[in-house]
Structure formats: C-alpha cells, structure tokens
Design a protein around this ligand. Structure first.
Ligand code: GLN
Length: 307
C-alpha cells in the first residue's frame, strides 16, 4: 500500500471538523480547564521512520490529564512487572472514569489502570518504587517526547487539589481495603501532578511512539518496556483507554488510544505511527468530541487501523 498523504489528510480533517468545535462541553470541574478556548484544534502524526506531520494548534501545550495514566502504568510495570495485576484489574469498566460504584463489590481492586481508581493504585505503586516519583515521571515523559522543556502546570494541580473530593473519596475507599500503601495525601498529590503535565499534540505523538515501536524509544534507542509489555499496554488502551466509550471507540476508530479531559487523545498503530489530537470540548463520555471524530476520519481516509 502506498504511503497516505498524511499532511493533506490532516488539513482536510481540520477543515471538515471546524463547524463541530461549537459542540460539546469544555471540562469545567476545575476553573483552569474551563477557561481553555473551545476553538482550539490540533493534530500531529509521527511515523516510525521519523516523519512529522501537523495541523492547527499542534504545537500548543495543553493539560494531558488521564493520558498521563499510560506513563505511570509504564513506570509501575517497569518496577513490579505483572505483579501489578494483583492490585488492579484489566477489564473495561463500563462505568464513568471517576466512578466509585464497582469498587465495593470488587473489594478495592479497581477494574483497570485507566479509570481514576486504578490510576490511584498505580500511582501508589510508582511512589513506593521510586525515591523521587515526580522527577522520574517527568524525566520519562520528557525522554519519550524528546522535549526537555516539557513541564507540569502547578495551577492545574492546585485546582485539582482544591476540588478533588471525588478522587479523595476513591483513595480513602481503596485504602479501606488495604490496597494503598503510601499516605493518601502523597498518592493524591502525585496523581494530581501527573494529570497536570502539559504537552502539545507533537509532544504526545512523539511521546507515544515507543508503544508503536515494541516498547523502545525511537530517539534514544532505550527500551522502556519489553515488546510483550508494550503489546499489553496497547491492548489495555484499546479496551479501557477511552473510559466507558472504549467499545464504541474501537468500533469507529480501530486504534489503541488514551484520552484525557483536557481534550487530548493519543493513539498508536504498532509498527507504523502515533497520532495525537486536541480539541477541548468533550462529548458525554468525557472524550474530546471533535478529537474522536478526527481519529475516526483519519483511519477511514488512510485505510489504516490495527484491524
Ligand atoms: N484529573 C482528572 C480527574 O481525576 C483526570 C480525569 C480524566 O482525564 N479523565 O478527574
């Protein structure tokens, strides 16, 4: 198959979706996210042979939020390997990303690492296995994205901290089942920090290319994960990466992907490319509305997907 004209396709998608940027709701659970202009739209594709294509606001950093859960999962798997699954499940939840309902029947073992409950347990594992978890996370993300200037946004983290009642409830509830080892405040603090990392579409496409490359960072040549574990993270992104819309997303888009309430979605086609999109207004499931459609159009127009 000849290489698709990625640049033309990205520009086309951006033009086609412009009228849709007025729809959906920008995340408003914290003021810092509510003030992001809904008209923003960016996309970037990075191929394994090193080509970069971008359109719109692809270089503007935004809050990656839940996308960070892929990086903390990477650190946790590096540290404890498959033992992680004694404390977190691997099944799609079918409930909202911040739901508490399943935790009680599941005795404090969250359904998967990408719902908030699961990410809190993963954060606990990372804290317990790293002397300076923040610094190691930041260094990992910077290395993956090949961007030494990438940083967190303390205002976003402080805003989450001030409004984080539900996450605090989740952490306390999990702790009541003895599934958190570190102090609850430390777990929440690290979780809010990871969510506050700011990345552009270009950063994210570069930063996820290791998952299209069998776990190996294409820039440094460093293996972050074994090919086996990289495959498993991709499987989890396909089944759980877009919250309770993962089935629909797999049906329409056909790529392992992770979304965040900042309006970003990043997806990979193993052996081929990573693609990121950003549009702040969300659909009812908390995924970027135009972003989800943009990825669907991308796989339709290019004929690429994992299937
Ligand atoms: N910081 C957000 C929260 O914990 C992240 C959720 C998300 O992006 N889905 O609610």
């Amino acid at each position: 198959m000849s290489t698709p004209d990625y640049q033309r396709i990205l520009d086309e998608i951006r033009a086609e979706l412009r009228p849709l940027l007025a729809q959906g709701e920008v995340a408003n659970y914290i003021p810092r996210l509510a003030s992001v202009p809904r008209g923003k739209f960016g996309m970037a594709v990075v191929t394994l042979d090193g080509q970069l294509y971008r359109t719109g606001d692809a270089d503007e950093p935004f809050s990656i939020q839940s996308i960070s859960k892929v990086y903390t999962l990477t650190l946790a798997l590096q540290a404890v390997g498959e033992r992680l699954w004694e404390r977190v499940g691997r099944e799609p939840s079918g409930s909202a990303f911040n739901s508490l309902v399943q935790l009680e029947v599941e005795h404090g073992v969250p359904r998967n690492p990408f719902i908030n409950a699961g990410a809190l347990v993963v954060a606990d594992v990372v804290l317990g296995s790293h002397a300076d978890a923040r610094a190691d996370l930041l260094a990992t993300v910077r290395g993956c994205a090949a961007n030494p200037d990438l940083r967190d946004d303390p205002e976003v983290a402080a805003s989450e901290q001030a409004h984080g009642y539900r996450n605090a409830a989740l952490a306390n509830f999990i702790r009541s089942f003895d599934n958190l080892a570190q102090p609850i405040d430390a777990v929440l603090d690290f979780y809010f920090y990871q969510c506050s990392l700011a990345m552009s579409c270009v950063d994210l496409a570069r930063g996820f290319l290791f998952l299209a490359n069998q776990g190996r960072c294409p820039w440094s040549g460093k293996a972050l994960l074994s090919p086996d574990l990289a495959k498993r993270i991709n499987a989890l992104m396909l089944t759980c990466g877009t919250y309770d819309a993962a089935g629909d997303f797999a049906y329409h888009v056909g790529m392992p992907a992770k979304s965040g309430v900042g309006g970003g979605i990043v997806a990979v086609i193993p052996g081929k490319l990573a693609i990121a999109v950003w549009s702040p207004a969300l659909n009812a499931k908390g995924n970027s509305l135009a972003g989800s459609l943009a990825l669907e159009r991308f796989t339709s127009k290019t004929g690429l997907s994992i299937f």
